[in-house]
Write a new protein. Structure first.
Length: 186
């Protein structure tokens, strides 16, 4: 049985280093796991309970279905002004509803990322973990990867071609895969 990990990226920019990091995760998924990169977070309107009615927001429905079909989630977040980007927070808000029936359903969740600053986006990652836990995900607190200096580190190289990043990212995936396997066996 293959573990299906859904990757969500908090940056909409086509050249995003976090998107490239997610692409690297897809490439480095070890045997026994599959990483699927979710597209379309930018199409989801800001959460509003008035429009959260069945079949009225197709992009949100696709997100919820993708999460329902996953064994685990891997969030990639940049850091915008010391916190998570609105698009990622919005996705978490949609996944947390309807109240009491979160699409996250205690699925194992890990948060990683890269940012320009010297700490690699740790504040954003901490905020994402907090929001995901409150929203119903089973946040794996000890799975962490923050890569500082993204603008210079990845100026001439894709994260997949950085051997240190490749090794650390593979370790993240293996550990998340292990948590997902344990969760499905329970």
């Amino acid at each position: 049985m293959s573990v299906r990990i859904l990757a969500l990226v908090g940056s909409l920019r086509s050249g995003s280093h976090n998107r490239q990091l997610a692409e690297a995760a897809v490439k480095f998924a070890p045997e026994g796991s599959e990483i699927v990169l979710h597209e379309g977070l930018g199409e989801i309107p800001f959460y509003n309970e008035d429009i959260d009615v069945e079949d009225t927001v197709p992009a949100a429905a696709r997100l919820r279905e993708a999460v329902a079909g996953a064994d685990a989630l891997l969030f990639f977040t940049p850091e915008y002004n010391g916190t998570i980007p609105a698009v990622l927070k919005n996705a978490i808000d949609w996944l947390s509803r309807p109240f009491g029936a979160s699409a996250l359903g205690q699925k194992p969740v890990a948060v990683v990322g890269t940012a320009f600053g010297q700490y690699g986006g740790v504040w954003a990652q901490d905020e994402a973990r907090k929001a995901l836990g409150i929203a119903g995900g089973k946040v794996i607190e000890d799975i962490k990867l923050s890569i500082p200096g993204s603008m210079t580190r990845f100026a001439g190289i894709h994260p997949a071609d950085d051997s240190e990043v490749a090794g650390r990212l593979t370790e993240v995936i293996v550990r998340l895969n292990s948590h997902a396997t344990a969760a499905t066996a329970a």
